[in-house]
Design a protein around this ligand. Structure first.
Ligand code: PLP
Length: 378
């Protein structure tokens, strides 16, 4: 099996697995039980991981809140900020996001409509980018919160977060970034945003854990999603999963260590994959071609070619996607590609391929052989 779906989830780094294994055996205390040694050992592990995650994004440890993953972080940021401000008597109701955001952002924003908020979903340009002009126009109405992703999880297209954030903050709106895909892959600093979401399993850590960056100066206040013991400075009740968090912390360290060499290596593998596919199918087009994209990401439309669903059946040795994973089981073409203006047919002929830390150049040539055989058979 050749794994080409790193944007959907990354395998855990072996060092991360070893660290988690040590924690499962040795660090069994409740990190919130400060009155005995096992509890304190667990708390130390958590705080070391918090410092590592903070370092990856240029935050202070106190600004990192652990959650169950990107989905929870996005919900906490969006619903938490909107509800807190409304409870404070803030008259603004507008919340702006974009059509290509992850489902958990779109649904969190849409769900707030029932609580009296006004969702605005911006269209994107054909290259997949959010247009600063469209955002500026939407900000003409006083706005509570803007939520725009750093990089898209299907296309790898990277928004200009500092520019978009400056527009939002210039109008007094909070700026949240779903940074699940950019963090750990290209340099990202939380300085530009008020809130940022991270998911551990997109950066070679375990699934089921993530973090939310919550700026301290000035302090961003949120209404928590859960009632409970008030852990994570009251923002996220529940006992923290020590082993998962320790793994997430080590994954953050490894990303920081590898980033400078990994980014060009992955870009070269990704380009080799595209060049090879284009040789096999000359009408191939990169979705989001004109935009800056994540180094390992390739979303490719086989113009006038076979449907992705059919091609996937002919290439069982390869793991890749035709649409976002949350949509699998559902045959509807990718809403991300549709929002970029692709026809339903072209969206259905698009492959979402992504390479990562454990991809080698021989994986790429073997994958191209598999595609060659499959395309001849269609
Ligand atoms: C994976 C992902 C999420 C969801 O994160 P989970 O940890 O799986 O809940 C949110 N946004 C983006 C952009 C993602 O890639």
């Amino acid at each position: 099996m050749i794994y080409l779906d790193y944007l959907a989830s990354t395998p855990c780094d072996p060092e991360v697995i070893a660290e988690m294994q040590r924690c499962f055996f040795d660090v069994y205390g409740n990190p919130h039980s400060a009155h005995h040694a096992p509890g304190r050992a667990a708390a130390l592990k958590i705080e070391a991981a918090r410092a590592s995650v903070a370092r990856l994004i240029g935050a202070t440890p106190q600004e990192v809140i652990f959650t169950s993953g990107g989905t929870e972080s996005n919900n906490l940021a969006i619903k938490g900020a909107a509800r807190f401000l409304k409870n404070q008597g803030d008259p603004r109701r507008r919340i702006i996001t974009a059509a290509t955001e992850h489902k958990c952002v779109l649904e969190a924003v849409r769900d707030l409509k029932e609580e009296g908020f006004e969702p605005v979903i911006l269209p994107v340009l054909s290259n997949g980018l959010v247009s600063p002009d469209a955002l500026a126009e939407a900000l003409a109405v006083p706005t509570l919160l803007v939520s725009i992703m750093g990089a898209n999880n299907e296309t790898g297209v990277m928004n200009d977060i500092p520019a978009l954030s400056a527009l939002a903050r210039g109008k007094g709106a909070l700026f949240h970034c779903d940074a699940s895909q950019v963090i750990g892959k290209v340099p990202f600093t939380c300085e530009d945003v008020d809130l940022a979401s991270i998911s551990s399993h997109k950066i070679y850590g375990p699934q089921g854990v993530g973090a939310l960056y919550v700026q301290r100066r000035p302090r961003i206040r949120l209404a928590p999603l859960f009632s409970g013991g008030g852990q994570e400075r009251g923002l996220r009740s529940g006992t923290l999963p020590v082993a998962l968090i320790a793994g997430f912390g080590l994954a953050s360290v490894l990303c920081l260590t590898h980033m400078a060499t990994e980014a060009p290596r992955l870009a070269a593998l990704r380009d080799a994959l595209f060049n090879g596919l284009q040789a096999l199918w000359p009408q191939s087009i990169i979705n989001g071609q004109e935009a800056a994209r994540l180094p390992g990401a390739l979303n490719i439309c086989l113009k006038n070619g076979p449907e992705a669903q059919g091609l996937m059946v002919l290439t069982p040795e390869l793991a890749y996607s035709s649409a976002s994973a949350c949509m699998s089981g559902d045959v509807a073409p990718s809403y991300v590609l549709r929002a970029m203006g692709l026809s339903e047919a072209d969206a259905g002929r698009s492959l979402r391929l992504s390479v990562g830390r454990f991809t080698s150049s021989s994986d790429i040539s073997r994958a191209l052989d598999v595609f060659d055989r499959a395309l001849r058979a269609t």
